[in-house]
Design a protein around this ligand. Structure first.
Ligand code: ADP
Ligand code: MG
Length: 263
């Protein structure tokens, strides 16, 4: 089984998808095989990994609905990027139809359906990363029930940090209720800091006290290359600027941190 990690925050727009996709890219560049499971019905990580067009019934929504062992195998797509290491990245994509799974939230045992769908399906990967929606409800709970670890992602802003703290508290309190008592917080990644914003610098300084040892280094600054890679639905590798090279190096360090934390 792959090492499964849920990336989350109770707030949107804090860099969850960016960090998930770029960490997957960096892990693949280091030789690891990575499955990204898009648990946000917005489908942003699916698109950013180049999985576009008609997905038919091969999305993570159908795999969860199936409620059978290994059903996710039928929903695994290759990453659409033109890069050698992209062959080591695969995606269980989502569409807006993933919202339909919310109606099952009250069904006994429904929180285990993603875990069941992945068992046997992600054996060929070193890591499975879940890109969570900005909520702590059913779709995030499916990911937390399937994962060994959770990683918080936050911008250095008051409301984003509050969202990360709610995510951490939820992870630490609800493992047993999610049939996953071993679930634990692995780290917190601070991303999207903007040196032109005095508030960011102040919050950045306070983060080590807020998250203690959970806070991973390095933090990720705002860079045009990161947004351009996201918008073009391609790899950071294609961003041949100083900012692109810097971002690749920083995510490479985060990927090494993740490997160290899980081995
Ligand atoms: N470090 C960064 N530098 C530049 N743009 C970023 C950075 N991190 C995120 N973004 C951009 O900010 C927006 C929101 O990020 P996203 O990862 O989609 O947030 P979330 O998944 O938490 O909702 C996206 O347009 C993304 O490209
Ligand atoms: Mg997102």
């Amino acid at each position: 089984m792959a090492t499964r990690i849920a990336m989350g925050n109770n707030k949107g727009g804090v860099g969850k998808t960016t960090v998930t996709v770029r960490t997957a890219e960096a892990l693949a560049a280091l030789g690891k095989r990575v499955l990204v499971v898009d648990m946000d019905p917005q489908g942003n990580s699916s698109r950013r990994l180049g999985v576009v067009g008609d997905l038919g019934k091969r999305t993570i929504s159908e795999a969860i609905k199936a409620n059978t062992l290994g059903a996710a195998a039928n929903s695994i797509w290759p990453c659409g990027w033109d890069a050698e290491y992209a062959t080591r990245i695969a995606v269980c994509p989502s569409t807006l139809a993933l919202e339909d799974r919310m109606s099952e939230a009250g069904v006994i045992g429904a929180h285990r359906r993603l875990s069941i769908a992945l068992d046997g399906a992600d054996d060929g990967f070193d890591y499975t990363l879940f890109d969570c929606p900005p909520s702590l409800f059913h779709l995030t709970q499916l990911a937390l029930a399937a994962a060994q670890y959770a990683v918080g992602v936050t911008e250095p802003e008051y409301y984003s940090i509050e969202g990360a703290l709610r995510f951490r508290a939820f992870v630490e309190a609800q493992g047993t209720n999610l049939s996953n008592p071993e679930l634990s917080m692995l780290g917190v990644i601070a991303a999207g800091y903007d040196v032109r914003k005095p508030a960011h610098l102040g919050q950045l300084e306070a983060l080590p006290e807020t998250f203690g040892d959970l806070l991973w280094q390095p933090t990720i600054p705002v860079r045009t290359a990161i947004q351009d890679a996201d918008e073009s639905q391609g790899p950071l590798l294609a961003q041949r600027t100083d900012g692109g090279r810097e971002a690749r190096a920083l995510f490479g360090q985060l990927a090494e941190r993740l490997i160290k934390a899980t081995s």
